[in-house]
Design a protein around this ligand. Structure first.
Ligand code: KG4
Length: 333
């Protein structure tokens, strides 16, 4: 079954063709980062306009790269939530048009489910149930993946997402947008114990997380150093920050894995590319005996291959949509 998949929930326009849920025949991503960089963050209206310009050509390229024609397609899958509403609407409307014109089923895919499915591409042996730590610019949650299409949030952030926290701190440091990858690179060679940063704890909800205190403490530390004219040891600050984020995420993911007892832990989303988090998860799983699944770096960030992969399992479960399908800024997994 060949699925044309579309993703446009934030600042990447993406199209892919995926065969039978696991084989990526093509994956095209057009990033808008350069345009948003000058504003220090994604400007929603500009993102929507850029998606409109890119989406049609990108879908054609995905077909050409897969060496298929439109007649070879069996369904169209699309991210319908969550995301920037104008941006998601572009993808949903394009997918509706394509499905209608080609007389194909339309499959709505939740963006976070897509991130989780990126693991199926990298690990052909991975099957639910497993526990997945989902960390991106908009989401930070620990998910009980009971089956391909039955999932439950076990814990999540009460405020900022981990990626958002990386981005805001990096912006104040002036090291670029989005800030996660440059912070990660900067942290190499830094002393992760040099700066003490707070770790939040949500009493009574042990698997929930909070990053707003870490963000504020980091911004205050940077501001105070600037005011006093004291140079910040940037690599050590980035390493200390990475340690704090990882210490909020990894022990909770492991506690969730222990509670479920599946013996399998996965990670998903843009922040899953972080080297500290990957290393800490590796060490924790080596100790607990859980099997760890890490997605390839190219499938951590937003892409459409993950949407095509999850779309296949949604289709198998009978989750198709009619032309009334809407886009949503927020939606339960
Ligand atoms: O999954 P994604 O591409 O978009 C969303 O669905 O949100 O994630 C983007 C986020 C950004 O916040 C970016 O700074 C972060 O992923 N990110 C990283 C790294 N690479 C990307 N954060 C930490 N370390 C990285 N290496």
């Amino acid at each position: 079954m060949n699925i044309l998949a579309i993703e446009s929930s934030c600042d990447d326009t993406a199209a892919a063709v995926v065969k039978d849920g696991r084989t990526v025949l093509s994956s095209c991503v057009s990033s808008q980062i350069e345009m948003h960089t000058i504003y220090g963050g994604v400007v929603p209206e500009l993102a929507s306009r850029k998606h409109i310009e890119a989406i049609s050509g990108l879908a054609d390229k995905a077909l050409a790269d897969a060496e298929l024609s439109r007649a070879d397609l069996d369904a169209v899958a699309v991210t319908y939530a969550p995301g920037l509403i104008g941006a998601v609407l572009v993808g949903v409307n394009f997918a509706k048009g394509a499905a209608m014109a080609l007389d194909l089923p339309l499959i709505p895919v939740h963006h976070v489910r897509g991130h989780i499915a990126a693991n199926y591409i990298t690990h052909p042996d991975l099957e639910p149930p497993f526990v997945c730590l989902c960390v991106s610019g908009g989401t930070t949650a620990i998910v009980d993946v009971r089956s391909y299409t039955e999932m439950e949030i076990m814990g999540s952030t009460r405020d900022d997402a981990a990626g958002e926290c990386f981005d805001k701190v990096a912006r104040v440091l002036g090291i670029g947008y989005p800030g996660g990858a440059p912070m990660d690179r900067l942290a190499q060679g830094g002393d992760d114990l040099r700066y003490e940063l707070p770790l939040a704890h949500v009493t009574g909800h042990e698997l929930d997380m909070s990053f707003s205190g870490l963000k504020t403490a980091s911004l205050n530390l940077i501001h105070n150093a600037q005011q006093k004219g004291e140079p910040l040891d940037l690599p050590s600050f980035a390493a200390s920050f990475g340690r704090a984020v990882s210490q909020s995420l990894v022990p909770r993911a492991m506690a969730a894995a222990k509670a479920k007892g599946y013996g399998k832990v996965a990670v998903a989303g843009g922040v899953a590319a972080n080297s500290r988090i990957r290393a800490d998860l590796q060490a924790a799983c080596a100790q607990s005996g859980d099997q760890l699944y890490l997605p390839e770096l190219r499938y951590c960030g937003d892409n459409a291959a993950m949407v095509g992969c999850q779309g296949y399992y949604e289709w198998q479960a009978g989750h198709t949509a009619g032309w009334e399908l809407n886009a949503y800024a927020t939606r339960d997994i």
